[in-house]
Design a protein around this ligand. Structure first.
Ligand code: ZN
Length: 385
């Protein structure tokens, strides 16, 4: 055992404030040590970064399960359910994935979801994602789902949640990956519709851990959903919200102050507001950043121009995620490797981002510590090889 090195890896943690607070209680209290962490990182050759990024355990906190639906599965489900698609082949569907902004993506995304009708369909979709995630060393996933996309087509919410939940249970047993569900409200619909969705979901309250806010951001600020988020807060649900993907920093402020979001999904536009950056760093509010999504939806002109390195350097609890991997050209490890190749991030950043993903997750402190030890073990192994 090389415990000295393991302890070293905990050093960074000791300097940070707890980001995961529920009713004033800190659930994340890392051990305090003082060993030389940079020395350990220096022993890992930069050339091994792709291998390290793939091997390191990580949590994925920003994945829309409907966005993991691969064209092959869309066609298989369409055939199984007798649904006609406006595309002749898998190749033709894939070729339609040239997006100019968020809305152009959402139009195809909702068309793809139309093949999901039965509990088994939702199960198969989630199971396929979890198998892929486990193969990329994701040890935990907090999965978004959009019930309104399905209930609007006449699919009962029970069908959606039961299918997804069963996939999470089976994946844990068979693949060793843990997973939890976060119900997202579609922000282009009304708050009244969100309230109705919450009401429908409450009999299945034990099968999801929180609520989020997604879909078309511009013109639909967080405060539109103030009352339904207040109700979810009373119910003890975790709260997250997309903000500052295409929308202004003001949307991030209101996600924090009006919705009381514990995590900000995307949040990259925070770079335009120094006071906001300072607050996010001070409070360690996690940002779930999705580099390939930002590239595909033209939030940044190139990955080399992505601001994740600056956000990390500013002390924010940044994480890397895949968003809608079937549509944006890559799962979580593709996001890591392509971002690192384009921006020059190195071994210490890989460690920080994996560690942040555990810090930002909604699990208990003991579980976080166990994952942290697995992360430390992988870095220690790479440093020795
Ligand atoms: Zn998203």
């Amino acid at each position: 055992m090389i415990m000295g090195h393991f302890d070293a890896l905990h050093f960074v943690l000791s300097t940070r404030r707890c980001p995961v607070r529920r009713q004033g209680v800190c659930f994340w209290s890392p051990p305090v040590t003082t060993t030389d962490l940079p020395a350990l990182f220096a022993r890992i050759a930069p050339a091994r970064l792709p291998e390290l990024l793939a091997a390191m355990p990580k949590a994925e906190l920003h994945i829309h399960i409907e966005g993991s639906l691969e064209p092959e599965l869309i066609f298989a489900l369409a055939q199984r359910n007798g649904v006609a698609l406006p595309y002749a082949s898998v190749a033709q569907l894939r070729s339609a994935y040239a997006f100019s902004n968020l809305q152009s993506f959402l139009d195809i995304y909702y068309a793809g979801a139309s093949v999901l009708l039965h509990e088994q369909d939702f199960y198969d979709m989630a199971r396929a994602y979890l198998a892929r995630a486990a193969s990329e060393n994701v040890v935990h996933a907090e999965i978004f789902f959009d019930p309104q996309t399905h209930t609007a087509r006449g699919v009962p919410i029970e069908v959606v949640i039961q299918g997804l939940h069963r996939a999470c249970v089976d994946a844990r047993a068979e693949l060793g990956i843990s997973a939890a569900l976060i119900l997202c409200f579609l922000r282009h619909l009304s708050e009244e519709d969100a309230f109705a969705t919450l009401q429908q979901a409450l009999p299945l309250r034990d099968k999801f851990i929180g609520v989020g806010l997604d879909s078309s951001e511009l013109g639909h600020p967080p405060e539109k959903f103030a009352r339904v988020f207040a109700r979810c807060r009373e119910l003890g649900l975790h709260l997250v919200a997309h903000a500052g993907e295409e929308g202004p920093p003001a949307y991030i402020w209101s996600a924090l102050d009006v919705l009381h979001a514990e995590r900000i999904d995307h949040g990259v536009q925070a770079q335009h507001d120094a006071a906001l950056l300072e607050r996010l760093a001070r409070e360690r509010t996690p940002l779930t950043v999705c580099p390939l999504s930002n590239l595909k939806l033209c939030v940044f002109a190139s990955l080399a121009q992505h601001n994740l390195p600056q956000l990390l350097a500013a002390g924010l609890c940044v994480t890397v995620n895949s968003d809608d991997p079937a549509y944006f050209g890559g799962y979580i490890n593709d996001n890591f490797t392509q971002l690192f190749a384009a921006t020059g991030l190195g071994v210490p950043h890989a460690y920080m981002l994996a560690r942040n993903s555990f810090e930002a997750s909604f699990v208990d402190a003991g579980t976080k510590r166990a994952w942290q030890e697995r992360l430390d073990a992988v870095f220690a192994r790479f440093a020795q090889e």
